[in-house]
Write a protein that binds this ligand. Structure first.
Ligand SMILES: Nc1nc2c(ncn2[C@@H]2O[C@H](COP(=O)(O)OP(=O)(O)O)[C@@H](O)[C@H]2O)c(=O)[nH]1
Ligand SMILES: [Mg+2]
Length: 367
């Protein structure tokens, strides 16, 4: 049996080599040979799923020496999910593919790739998890979709509290990956298009959770990668329909005697010009929002979730929620610049608990 990696990339020439090397170390490290995953590190495979606009990312991958076999898939159409699914399909046809027991999927824009993280993810799958996912602290101004929406919604609806559900660095068992691929093929077209894009992260997590335990690997250093803010609209409109669709299909469960959720919002200063530009972008994105109540968040998320449970298509509910979300992120960045680290973490934890109650009590259905 062996292990594999899938590296999706779009224009990552400066980081692909270091991520490839770190993943290769994790795949072929002798420590893993003692696990049930691999007795044959030479059988490991790294699939590069590239859709860059120039050949430099693929060239850097090709120039990186690895012990694992390398499979370059280049010139693919855009879409993180489509490429991950294509790479998973390709693994089935690779000579070592039938022996693959677990697959690491790693973002390739990571600036501080750590073989220990990828290895720990694989170890958790070797230990029986259907999926293991990195839990990085995030800078307070980042991970807005995760902290304000994805994490509390998943926890409220499924009872599974994953601190960074869209982390981008995960390991998945072969059986769970096969279930993900089957489920993706059965999606209606609009949701299928979301899963072909950034919706893949939520889809992998929530489908794998239906197959077995989800584990998190706690990391102390914040994730360092290309900022996500410029493509917040893309990520939102591809990830949130998937989140709503899959969480609405589950029956909310009260977590048993769990301590309150804790958030890690690492401190850093934002340059005033950059903050001004983010705020004006968000102002523009939330145009047309009527009757906004600053204190209501996260109840609009519960409204959207209740709407989907009552038959509203998830993409429609996501579109309705969008201006509320962008306005809330604007409020968060505006007040957060003056807040302490612990105040920010407490505010996120309080909203998490509030959403939980709103989902469970149907108090979110205010309309
Ligand atoms: N293959 C492929 N990879 C993509 C595409 N879009 C993004 N990625 C990769 O997916 C990973 C996560 O994307 P990123 O934009 O950093 O998302 P974020 O970290 O959630 O902001 C990175 O490794 C990107 O290079 C795409 O269209 N095709
Ligand atoms: Mg990124």
């Amino acid at each position: 049996m062996t292990v594999a990696a899938i590296l999706p990339s779009r224009n990552e020439p400066s980081t692909i080599a270091a991520v490839t090397a770190a993943v290769d170390t994790a795949l072929t490290d002798t420590a893993l040979t003692d696990t049930v995953l691999t007795g044959c590190p030479g059988g490991a495979v790294v699939v590069h799923a590239d859709s860059s606009d120039a050949p430099d990312t693929a060239a850097r991958f090709a120039a990186t020496g690895t012990r694992a076999a390398k499979v370059p898939l280049t010139g693919l159409p855009r879409g993180k999910g489509a490429q991950i699914l294509a790479a998973a399909h390709h693994l089935d046809t690779h000579p070592s593919g039938r022996d693959v027991a677990a697959v690491v999927i790693a973002d390739t824009d990571t600036r501080n790739p750590d073989p220990g993280v990828y290895r720990a993810l694989l170890d958790r799958v070797a230990g029986g998890a259907a999926l293991a996912i990195a839990d990085y602290p995030r800078f307070w101004d980042e991970a807005n979709l995760t902290n304000h929406l994805a994490r509390p919604l998943i926890a409220a609806a499924t009872g599974i509290d994953v601190p960074q559900p869209l982390a981008g660095d995960l390991a998945i068992s072969r059986a769970a990956l096969a279930a993900v691929r089957r489920a993706a093929r059965a999606l209606p077209p609009e949701l299928g298009a979301c899963v072909d894009g950034y919706g893949i992260d939520a889809f992998l997590l929530l489908r794998a959770a239906a197959c077995g335990p989800v584990a998190t690997v706690r990391i102390d250093t914040p994730k360092q990668h290309a900022g996500s803010f410029p493509h917040l609209p893309d990520i939102y409109h591809q990830a949130v329909p998937v989140l709503l669709h899959l969480t609405a299909a589950t029956t909310p469960r009260l977590p048993q005697q769990q301590p309150p959720a804790r958030y890690r919002a690492a401190d850093r200063d934002i340059e005033p010009g950059r903050l001004r530009s983010m705020l004006s972008t968000l102002e523009h994105l939330s145009e047309g929002l009527d009757g906004y109540d600053e204190s209501a968040w996260p109840l609009p998320v519960a409204d959207a979730w209740h709407d989907v449970t009552s038959g509203t298509p998830a993409p429609d509910a996501a579109r309705r929620l969008w201006p509320h979300c962008t306005r809330h992120v604007r409020d968060w960045l505006t007040s957060g610049q003056h807040a302490t680290t612990s105040t920010r973490a407490d505010q996120l934890a309080a909203a998490h608990a509030r959403l939980h109650n709103a989902v469970l009590t149907s108090a979110g259905a205010r309309r």
